[in-house]
Design a protein around this ligand. Structure first.
Ligand SMILES: C[S@@+](CC[C@H](N)C(=O)[O-])C[C@H]1O[C@@H](n2cnc3c(N)ncnc32)[C@H](O)[C@@H]1O
Length: 278
């Protein structure tokens, strides 16, 4: 049974890096129509700062709140920050009440003719997800196991596609499952853009995952590993494998990632970004 609730972590530093890069990719890739965004580990889509999940550890204080309070002029960071502000200004002009997840952000970025596919296995998260997007005809929401259905889902959309692989890594062999999922799907759909998120936790597990993903030797793989030691959380960084990223991505996002790192890092500890294209 799944117990992870994204609300505990919504708006933390890992969400900020992930959602900033995701918005960048959506804006770029939707230029090629038809376009579909596939988010098979969708979670609920909306997270309320006041609810018990977000209040438990208040991870957003070292994430989105620092970014909102900083005076950032980077255009790619600001296109993400503006969406967070937009979600909130519609409800209340003066305070931040809601943190938008990947699916809500995608629904704001994408155009009327674009498609969005969301799946979520957790009962409560699925119910919220369904309610959140019931009136948006671009969006399909299903309660399906991402690992066994992704292949069929990708094949049901034509044209340019972005797949976000964003599991909770709560199942013991989840890193192996993600590696297998990527191996299988990239061999069948080599033109799709895949964005895989992972947390930097204990070095042995994290390094084994990185090693196994890079051993797949998939062409046009970008690996970004962001380490920011943190006295507050077990997670000491975050990383991404982006397969088939736009060729200009490194040029476009290098400053944005550096600005976010400077804003989010704990000033008492070293922090760094490793960015490699294979
Ligand atoms: C990290 S959260 C997703 C966060 C979301 N993508 C975002 O950025 O806002 C991972 C979600 O995947 C769900 N999940 C875990 N295993 C799954 C599976 N096999 N199929 C579909 N959903 C799954 C979990 O219940 C959880 O809500």
């Amino acid at each position: 049974m799944l117990s992870y609730r994204h609300g505990f972590h919504a708006g933390n530093f890992a969400d900020v890096f992930k959602h900033c890069l995701l918005v960048y990719l959506l804006v770029k890739l939707k230029q090629n129509k038809p376009f579909a965004f596939i988010d098979p580990f969708a979670a609920a889509g909306t997270y309320f700062f006041e609810d018990k999940f977000m209040q438990k550890n208040k991870e957003y204080l070292n994430g989105i709140i620092k970014v909102l309070n900083a005076n950032i002029s980077d255009q790619i960071v600001n296109q993400y920050v503006d969406l967070v502000k937009k979600v909130n200004s519609e409800k209340n002009k003066h305070s931040i009440n809601i943190y938008p997840g990947s699916c809500l952000l995608s629904s704001l970025v994408l155009d009327r003719e674009d498609k969005i596919y969301l799946s979520e296995l957790h009962n409560n998260e699925f119910e919220i997800l369904q309610k959140n997007f019931a009136n948006d005809s671009r969006i399909i929401v299903e309660k399906k196991d991402a690992y066994s259905t992704l292949n069929a889902t990708i094949s049901s959309y034509k044209g340019s596609r972005l797949v976000l692989i964003d599991p909770s890594y709560e199942v013991k062999d989840e890193y192996e499952k993600v590696t297998k999922l990527i191996k299988h799907n990239t061999s069948q759909f080599s033109d799709v853009c895949y964005m895989v998120w992972y947390p930097v936790l204990d070095a042995e597990k994290t390094n084994a995952f990185i090693h196994n993903m890079l051993s797949l030797k998939i062409k046009n793989t970008t690996h970004i590993k962001i380490e920011l030691q943190n006295s507050f959380l077990r997670m000491q960084g975050t990383g991404f494998f982006i397969i088939n990223a736009p060729s200009e991505m490194k040029h476009d996002v290098t400053n944005s990632l550096a600005v976010l790192l400077e804003t989010l890092k704990d000033q008492n500890y070293p922090a760094q970004i490793q960015y490699d294209v294979f």
